[in-house]
Design a protein around this ligand. Structure first.
Ligand SMILES: Nc1ncnc2c1ncn2[C@@H]1O[C@H](COP(=O)(O)OP(=O)(O)OP(=O)(O)O)[C@@H](O)[C@H]1O
Ligand SMILES: [Mg+2]
Length: 335
């Protein structure tokens, strides 16, 4: 079993509290994504699990065993680093084969060759196997780094923004591919990113982190639809959730103590030209959809609109709320 349990982890670098009281359990075979902005403590969490760093306090269990005394090699984790580093003097093939050549593995050359070619195909680098690893684009190097982790088939994968330097199309493809590979291998995955689309599409559960703290853990659906706080709500959704004073728009029934209303596209109804309370400022055409920039008194909102909606800048519209999210003065969600 390769479940991972983090208990009350604390980690400080000088004046920076990189992690505070972090508790997280990852089940065997589960895909967990930590989503958070730069400096949130994502890489630190992975380095602690891998054994590259020691926590100031707290406990890390892998497969129900305390790993405090174990070296990185003993922990059977594969780490894809944010700053991926390949062996520069080796070809792509040799980079991928390297982890398999460890004497303890006792793999035959045929078996190594089979695995290297299979993984190279999965990460779409099979046409560059004979290239020196220095003669690759950034995205190709990143794919080799992912491949090098995958060939090992360890019990736990730790991945630190592994798709960040790929173009949008390849990122979308590898997102699906990684998810599929993880399911097929049945391995446990802790994946960190600041890309909300990766988190939403890949995770069994998402953990939202900020300033070294884990704010909420849940399925993508729970985190999106039922955020515990304003901060969590603001991490997901494109365009960004609109934060409005409680009395700005009709249609809401704010509970006592509401300071702020959170309105995403699905919380806003638009009727053109009737009982107008808002004005269209401008429209961004994204092709398959439009971003509508709306002004209500001196507040600005952004919402998605169907590209066929016949509307122009300067048009007056009626804007109402439909089951939005309510937050108190401290940013906590109100039921
Ligand atoms: N070796 C170190 N020495 C000093 N401070 C560090 C060190 N490693 C991390 N930190 C600090 O700890 C905090 C968390 O860093 P971490 O690298 O975990 O963030 P992150 O969430 O991975 O961010 P990013 O998205 O930018 O990679 C940051 O404030 C960072 O500056
Ligand atoms: Mg990082």
């Amino acid at each position: 079993m390769a479940d991972v349990v983090l208990k009350d982890l604390n980690m400080r670098f000088g004046d920076t509290q990189a992690l505070s009281k972090l508790d997280l359990s990852i089940r065997d075979g589960e895909f967990v994504v930590l989503l958070g902005p730069t400096g949130a403590g994502k890489t630190t969490t992975l380095r602690l699990i891998a054994g590259l760093e020691r926590p100031d306090s707290g406990r890390i269990e892998i497969g129900s065993r305390n790993v405090a005394g174990q070296s990185p090699a003993e922990r059977d984790v594969a780490f894809v680093f944010q700053q991926y580093s390949l062996y520069p003097h080796m070809t792509v093939y040799e980079n991928l084969a390297f982890p398999l050549r460890a004497p303890v593995r006792k793999l035959s050359n045929d078996e190594i060759d089979r695995r290297v070619r299979k993984i190279a195909q999965m990460v779409r680098i099979d046409h560059k196997l004979e290239n020196r690893s220095t003669r690759l684009s950034g995205g190709e190097m990143q794919r080799v780094a992912i491949g090098r982790a995958l060939v090992r088939e360890p019990s736990i994968y730790l991945m630190d923004e592994p798709l960040s330097s790929l173009d949008a199309k390849l990122r979308a493809e590898l997102r699906l591919e990684l998810k599929r590979i993880q399911k097929d291998l049945g391995s446990t995955m802790l994946y960190v990113t600041h890309d909300q689309v990766e988190a939403m599409t890949m995770a069994d559960r998402i953990g939202i982190v900020a300033e070294g703290r884990l704010l909420q853990v849940g399925t993508p659906r729970e985190i999106y639809g039922n955020p515990a706080s304003l901060h969590v709500a603001a991490r997901l959704g494109q365009p960004h959730i609109n934060l409005l004073p409680a009395d700005l728009l009709p249609g809401a029934s704010p509970p006592k103590g509401t300071k702020t209303i959170g309105a995403r596209t699905e919380h806003l109804d638009i009727i053109v030209g009737k009982d107008a309370n808002a004005e269209v400022d401008w429209i961004e055409h994204l092709g398959d959809q439009n971003h509508l920039h709306i002004r209500v008194r001196d507040h600005k909102l952004v919402t998605l609109a169907d590209p066929y909606l016949s509307i122009r800048p300067g048009d007056r519209i009626n804007l109402t709320l439909r089951d939005p999210l309510y937050f108190d003065a401290s940013g906590q969600r109100l039921a």
